[in-house]
Design a protein around this ligand. Structure first.
Ligand SMILES: Cc1ncc(COP(=O)(O)O)c(C=O)c1O
Length: 387
């Protein structure tokens, strides 16, 4: 069924089309000068020393782990309320994940207190995820990391252009990892970026993203180098010039698009707070810093039937989603880490629904989603207890 209002939509126009066309006309598609420009502009906008473009956000996370020397015998603390890639990236290295709880119904980000509970002699790092583009409690988390000598990786897949205490998200830890998947605030279809102030991490990532080679095809083609050595077991985690060109255009639009996302989120909040929509709860109402407003999550009241809610929204032409089925409850992870219970995460994950949010969403469409939400929740059949 064609949705009247999709969950997400790309903010693309003739500028992206032109940028892709220009790359094709120049006849150089693999990583080269456009990627270098994308990296330097991304680094400048985040206020960070190094930005390295890669094939996707998952590979950025994997490279961050590898560059930090994480491997077999190590443990990395991660939240369970995130996309599965956050944990997978750790497992690829041979290390194990230790899932930590989120803070609660007001804040779906990883709990600093529970991070401390999960630290063992094997813990090497913490991966934080800025859920929805809302900042984790970075000062507290960095303090814990310093105290226990742990590295910090930021999964900033939702957090393009977001900041906390005037410092860009992704620049607080040892490395910050971004995704440019189609639904992200900065979208190139596939693609990702790793940012860091640490020269040693940047150097390792530069080599590991391209087969462990010391020079690129682009360098050799342009006479900057004639041969190469292979100094590590790398992989092909490179981005390409078309995606970098799209990324450059999207980077230029990011502030404007994020401002529109903020206005939509505010309109949703105003429309839902104070209505009698059966006690919907809204997280991140007092979020610190400047969020990226990547998604708009709501918490249905206890006892509401989420599937019925989502079906009713679909009948009203509104696509909704769930962020996220918690990772530790997926079959693969249940088999790997049996008997793990995270009650706060599980409660939130069972009640969360994500409403549509993208820069092109018009005010009248936001109002349509609001009325559909309020009307749907006013039906008693949404509540199992009322039969
Ligand atoms: C929180 C989070 N981490 C990691 C990823 C992985 O990024 P990618 O799809 O670019 O590999 C995503 C999104 O897709 C994500 O939402």
């Amino acid at each position: 069924m064609e949705m009247r209002i999709p969950l997400s939509d790309m903010a693309y126009d003739a500028e992206e089309e032109q940028a892709a066309l220009e790359v094709i006309q120049r006849r150089w598609l693999t990583m080269g000068s456009v990627t270098q420009k994308f990296e330097s502009e991304f680094a400048r906008s985040a206020g960070v020393k190094h930005a390295l473009a890669v094939s996707n956000g998952t590979h950025a996370l994997h490279l961050a782990c590898l560059a930090l020397g994480i491997g077999p015998g190590d443990e990395v603390i991660v939240p369970a309320l995130t996309f599965v890639a956050t944990a997978n990236a750790v497992l690829y290295t041979g290390a194990e994940v230790r899932f930590a709880e989120i803070i609660g119904e007001d804040d779906f980000n990883i709990s600093p207190e529970d991070i401390e509970n999960r630290i063992t002699p094997h813990t090497r790092a913490i991966v934080v995820v800025h859920y929805g583009g809302y900042a984790c409690r970075m000062p507290e988390i960095l303090e814990i990391a310093r105290h226990h000598e742990l590295a910090v990786i930021e999964d900033a897949a939702h957090a393009h252009g977001a900041s906390l205490e005037d410092r860009a998200l992704g620049t607080w830890g040892d490395a910050g990892c971004f995704s440019f998947f189609s639904n992200k605030n900065l979208a190139t279809g596939e693609g990702g970026m790793l940012i860091t102030d640490r020269d040693d991490i940047a150097e390792k990532v530069r080599v590991l993203r391209s087969h462990g080679m010391t020079t690129l095809t682009w360098d050799r083609h342009h006479g900057h180098a004639y041969t190469y050595d292979v100094v590590a077991l790398g992989n092909n985690y490179r981005i390409d010039e078309i995606r970098s060109a799209l990324g450059l255009v999207q980077l230029g639009k990011l502030a404007g698009n994020n401002a529109r996302r903020k206005a939509i989120a505010e309109r949703y909040r105003k429309g839902l707070i104070g209505t009698d929509a059966h006690r919907i709860e809204l997280p991140f109402c007092n979020a610190a810093g400047i969020p990226a407003h990547h998604i708009f999550p709501i918490l249905l009241p206890e006892g509401a039937d989420r599937i019925k809610f989502m079906e009713s929204m679909r009948n009203a032409g509104v696509q909704t989603s769930i962020h996220y089925p918690p990772i530790h409850q997926f079959t693969y992870y249940r088999q790997r880490y049996p008997d793990l219970s995270l009650p706060v995460t599980e409660n939130v994950a069972a009640r969360e629904v994500t409403l549509p949010l993208y820069p092109g969403l018009r005010d009248d469409e936001v109002d349509w989603v609001l009325s559909a939400t309020i009307e749907t929740l006013s039906f008693d059949r949404m509540f199992a207890s009322s039969g």
